[in-house]
Structure formats: structure tokens, C-alpha cells
Design a protein around this ligand. Structure first.
Ligand code: NAG
Length: 478
């Protein structure tokens, strides 16, 4: 109603909105004032009946299946341990879109009794849970919950980037692939797991279900680039023990802090493996405690250390660290969970920039010989911050990206998929895969054997052979 009383406002606001609906390229920002004008205008407009084309301009989120699914997901709090509501939402959403949905309970002794946590597995109603291609991401977020907030070209809220942007884009991508007959119903499944942000218990639970896939596309923020892999992780506590005494008589005591300093100096100057693909391993002494007062020889000191492993394995890095600490008096290293080797991802699909990431994912938690792709909208740099956000244009781009990856997987394997009911028909159903030979006339998806040695060590064997050992100096002395 205020719309009529304020024609000037309308004139000011609609022009940029029309531009926005055409998906502005990155880097073009509109004044914040317009954003708030938009909000008040939108509020005014939702209270009156308007033709749908106006609604599309005024409320691009509400009228976009992608943006509104994303908004609904972000609006549901789902800090790790508290994922039931978002799982139930996805169940209802996917059922309504003609998917079969399994809520897979994940036992969680560490959370309050009665707390229900579910992984959500979905596949087209005419398909099967044995689909060869899986798109997966996680539905839990880090704390605290931050409500959804809409902006002109960016939306905010906890999980808006990590990883509900991936969840929404994967769902819409599969819906669009099916609608366009670009894949058959038995080609693709969706899996959204709990617990990624803490222990990975949701994904590891899948290993108990005797399921396997030919290719798995993991959704995490990779800035719309195809990840070549991510570093491995080792974490340890270094403890130093001494004997307390008066600081005036140090010969009567043993200084635990001195032991710890010796140990940490060695760790800070370690020579660790690096690879061309993932760069240098890095080591961070993240926390130190020791002693009780300036005039007491400390009896105990400890430090927490995290190492991001760029080449070789957790075991190799553990051996290097233990070798370095062997001759340091009075210290002991305790290795912590979780730990994992560097992860090397498949990135054999044309048309994507690549990226090496330094954060952990669920990839090492899912056992099997599947191909591994890692891709998603948004930047990890905002993922866990107070200002978590995602550009709407990135969400749209990610839908295209996931579709291209699925088609690329099908292309690469030259898979011809024919639905069971038309097994005698000759037309292949993989419409976009022009290089695919339509030779297989069977209901089965035929995929070449994956060599048994692929995976963490195997896949990029050539690149990985070039392991160098690099000493990262802790302080930039320049
Ligand atoms: C790895 O570390 C070496 C030595 O500090 C440095 O010269 C090099 O630039 C680093 N490489 C990368 C990719 O950060």
C-alpha cells in the first residue's frame, strides 16, 4: 500500500532490482541504502496482491526455488548435535519433489539422550539407492546459530556458506538434471550428513551400510573451483615434566618450561614433506601453558600443536616429529584424533579453475574406491565467521557447476545409461553427453574398473612422487 504513496521510492529502487535480477557480475556492489530500501519495499509489497512478475522483481529470493530452498535451510538452526529439524525439513522437501528419502539414524552417545540425528539419503522415486553418482554435503554447522538475513546480492547467516549453499545447489542441480532428462533416475543420489564439523561421525556411519559409489561429489566452499585436494591433519599435545622448586635454587628443581621450549623450537624448525599439488606442510603451535608463578621452577608445561600435511602420510609426519623429540629431555608427545592423510581429489573435468584447500572435509571419512570430487560455492574464509555469507550469483553458478560435474563424470566414463523399461530402445538418455557412445543396451550402468591403488596415494601418483622436504621458518625475519 505504501507503494502507491511513495512513487519516488519505487522509481529509485526498481531500476537496480531489475539489474540485480539479471545477475550482476562479481565485484559490482550497490549502496547499502538500496538494500534497506529494498527490505521495506518488500515488506510493503508482500502485504498487497501484486502480479507475479512484480513479485519476481521485488522478492527474488521468494520466487527462486534455489534461493528459497537455501533460505529455508539456513533459517533452521542445526549446530552439530542438533540436526533433527533440518533433516526433517529436507525429508519433507525431497518427498514433495518425488524423491525417495531415507532418514538414517546416527548414534550419538556424546549428545543428550533422546536427541535424534539423521543422515538424509535421497534418490529419485524411479531410481535406486545404488546410484553410481553421489552428491553429498553436510547439514550441521558450527555454533552459534546466526539467523538468515537477505540482501540484494548477498545472503547471510550460519551455514549460508558452509555448507547449506552446497546442499541447496546440489538438490536443485539434481532436480534440473532429472527434469531435462540429462540423467536417468538411477544415476544420481543425494546424501546429507550430520557431524561433519566435529568428528565426521555422520559420514563414517555410512561405512557400516554396505553401500558404494563410483563417484562422489563432496560439497564444501571451494570458491566454485574444483579442488585438487586438501591437506592432511596431525594434532598432538606435547607435555613436559620437571620438578618444582624455589626459583632462587634452580639446581634443586627441573624446569618443565625449558624442556617444552626446547621441544617446540625443534618442532618450529622441522623439515616436513611438501608437494607441488598441495604446497608446504605447515605446523602451528597453537596453545602453550606452563608453570604457576615467576618465582617457582615449573613442574609441568604443555603445548597443543596442529600440523597440516601436504604430502606423504600422517604416519610419516608422526615419525618425523617423534624423531625430532627423541633427544629432547623430559617431553612426551600424545597424538590426538582426528588425524588423516592428505586427500587428493579427482579434477579431470574441463572448464574449472582448480584450488588446493587447507581445511578438512568428510572425504577421508567415506571408505571406498570411488572417484572424489570436491566443489562448492562460497569461500572457506568466511565459513565459520560472524559474517558468514554467500553471493546469490555463486549459488546459481554452483548449480551449473554441479550439473557440469555430473555430466563430466558420465562423459569421462563414457557411460551409456538406459532406463530399464526402454532397454530395447536405442536412444541413450544422456542427452548432454555428446561424446558418449550409445552402445550399452542394458539397464545396468557400466563403469570401468577403478584401479585398486587409487585414492590417497594412488591417483596423482606422478605429481605426488615429487615430494620435497621443506623447513618452514616460524618467524618472518625479513
Ligand atoms: C614453502 O616453503 C618454502 C620455504 O619456506 C618457501 O620458499 C615456499 O614459497 C613455500 N611454498 C609455498 C607454496 O608456500
Amino acid at each position: 500500500m505504501r507503494l502507491h504513496s511513495s512513487p519516488r521510492l519505487l522509481a529509485l529502487s526498481v531500476a537496480p532490482l531489475v539489474v540485480n535480477s539479471l545477475q550482476l557480475p562479481f565485484g559490482i556492489t550497490l549502496p547499502a541504502a538500496l538494500d534497506s530500501r529494498l527490505s521495506s519495499l518488500r515488506t510493503a509489497v508482500t502485504q498487497i496482491q501484486v502480479p507475479s512478475f512484480i513479485n519476481k522483481i521485488i522478492d527474488p529470493t521468494g520466487s527462486s526455488p534455489l534461493l528459497s530452498l537455501h533460505r529455508d535451510l539456513v533459517g533452521i538452526p542445526s549446530v552439530t548435535g542438533d540436526e533433527e529439524a533440518v533433516a526433517r525439513f529436507l525429508e519433507a522437501y525431497l518427498l514433495a519433489k518425488n524423491f525417495r528419502v531415507e532418514l538414517i539414524p546416527v548414534a550419538s552417545p556424546e549428545y543428550p539422550a533422546g536427541q535424534k540425528r539423521y543422515n538424509v539419503l535421497a534418490y529419485p522415486a524411479g531410481g535406486s539407492r545404488k546410484a553410481p553418482i553421489l552428491l553429498t554435503s553436510h547439514i550441521d554447522t558450527v555454533p552459534p546459530f546466526i539467523p538468515f538475513k537477505d540482501g540484494l546480492r548477498t545472503v547471510y547467516g550460519r551455514g549460508s556458506c558452509d555448507a547449506k549453499a552446497s546442499v541447496a545447489a546440489q538438490i536443485i542441480a539434481v532436480e534440473e538434471l532429472l527434469a531435462a532428462n540429462a540423467v536417468t533416475e538411477d544415476t544420481v543420489a543425494l546424501l546429507f550428513v550430520v557431524g561433519e564439523e566435529t568428528t565426521g561421525d555422520g559420514m563414517r556411519h555410512m561405512n557400516t551400510l554396505d553401500m558404494q559409489w563410483e563417484a562422489v561429489v563432496f560439497g564444501e566452499p571451494t570458491e566454485l573451483k574444483l579442488a585438487v585436494g586438501h591437506k592432511g591433519l596431525a594434532m598432538l599435545t606435547v607435555e613436559a615434566r620437571g620438578r618444582a622448586s624455589h626459583s632462587g635454587y634452580p639446581n634443586l628443581g627441573v624446569n618443565a618450561n625449558s624442556h617444552l621450549i626446547n621441544a617446540l623450537y625443534k618442532l618450529d624448525h622441522l623439515t616436513l614433506p611438501s608437494s607441488k599439488l598441495l604446497g608446504n606442510s605447515t605446523l602451528n603451535v597453537g596453545m602453550m601453558t606452563g608453570g604457576v608463578a615467576a618465582n617457582v621452577i615449573p613442574a609441568f608445561a604443555s603445548a597443543e600443536v596442529a600440523i597440516r600435511i601436504a604430502a606423504k602420510s600422517f604416519q610419516e609426519v608422526k615419525d618425523i616429529v617423534e624423531g625430532a623429540l627423541k633427544d629432547v629431555e623430559g617431553v612426551e608427545a600424545t597424538w590426538k584424533q582426528p588425524f588423516y592423510d592428505p586427500v587428493f581429489c579427482d579434477h579431470d573435468i574441463e572448464g574449472f579453475d582448480t584450488i588446493a584447500t587447507s581445511y578438512g572435509t568428510d572425504i577421508p571419512n567415506l571408505a571406498g574406491k570411488h572417484k572424489k570430487y570436491l566443489y562448492g560455492p562460497g569461500s572457506i574464509l568466511v565459513a565459520h565467521g560472524d559474517n558468514e555469507k554467500i553471493d546469490k550469483s555463486d549459488l546459481y553458478e554452483a548449480v551449473k557447476g554441479y550439473k557440469r560435474i555430473v555430466k563430466g563424470i558420465l562423459n569421462a566414463k563414457a557411460v551409456a545409461i538406459v532406463p530399464p523399461e526402454s532397454a530395447s530402445a536405442s536412444a541413450p538418455v544422456v542427452t548432454e553427453a555428446e561424446t558418449v557412445e550409445a552402445v550399452t543396451v542394458s539397464a545396468k550402468v557400466e563403469v570401468p574398473e577403478v584401479p585398486a591403488n587409487r585414492g590417497a596415494e594412488g591417483k596423482n601418483g606422478k605429481e605426488e612422487e615429487k615430494v620435497e622436504y621443506v623447513t618452514i621458518l616460524p618467524v618472518d625475519t625479513a
